[in-house]
Design a protein around this ligand. Structure first.
Ligand code: ZN
Length: 133
């Protein structure tokens, strides 16, 4: 894995949170994107090499809606940049880690992604993400 690509934060109201993070980071968000298949609306910020992804549920059965119902707003996942997500999935499976996505899927911000099972990574939801060419 190369570096932390972004940190995902689950929010209830993405407009409110966008303005909070604009204040906090001193930059405007650079992208807003709805990922229909995941039931999320995302807003991205970039500071230096690091990104923050805000995630708001677009439907009640979205993973973000479930997360917020259970734990409230807050840090949702850490995404690591990888060169080859398929290779990384294979490597981790071989070591006995469970993946929530055994085949990579399209994520926001032009990425191919896969999530690991958080129980296998100290309670942290890990996203592997590869730049889509
Ligand atoms: Zn993410």
């Amino acid at each position: 894995m190369n570096h932390i690509e972004h940190i995902g934060i689950a929010v209830k109201n993405i407009e409110e949170s966008t303005s909070i993070f604009e204040d906090l980071l001193g930059v405007a968000s650079y992208k807003e994107e709805i990922v229909e298949s995941e039931g999320v609306r995302t807003v991205f910020f970039k500071i230096g090499e690091s990104k923050i992804e805000l995630l708001e549920a677009t439907k009640d059965d979205s993973p973000i809606a479930k997360f917020i119902n259970k734990r409230g707003e807050g840090m949702h996942h850490i995404a690591f940049a990888v060169d080859d997500v398929k290779k990384e999935i294979k490597r981790l499976k071989k070591k006995g880690y469970r993946l929530l996505n055994e085949t990579p899927k399209n994520g926001a911000d032009n990425k191919l992604i896969a999530f690991m099972h958080p129980k296998d990574s100290s309670g942290v939801l890990v996203e592997l993400c590869q730049e889509r060419k």
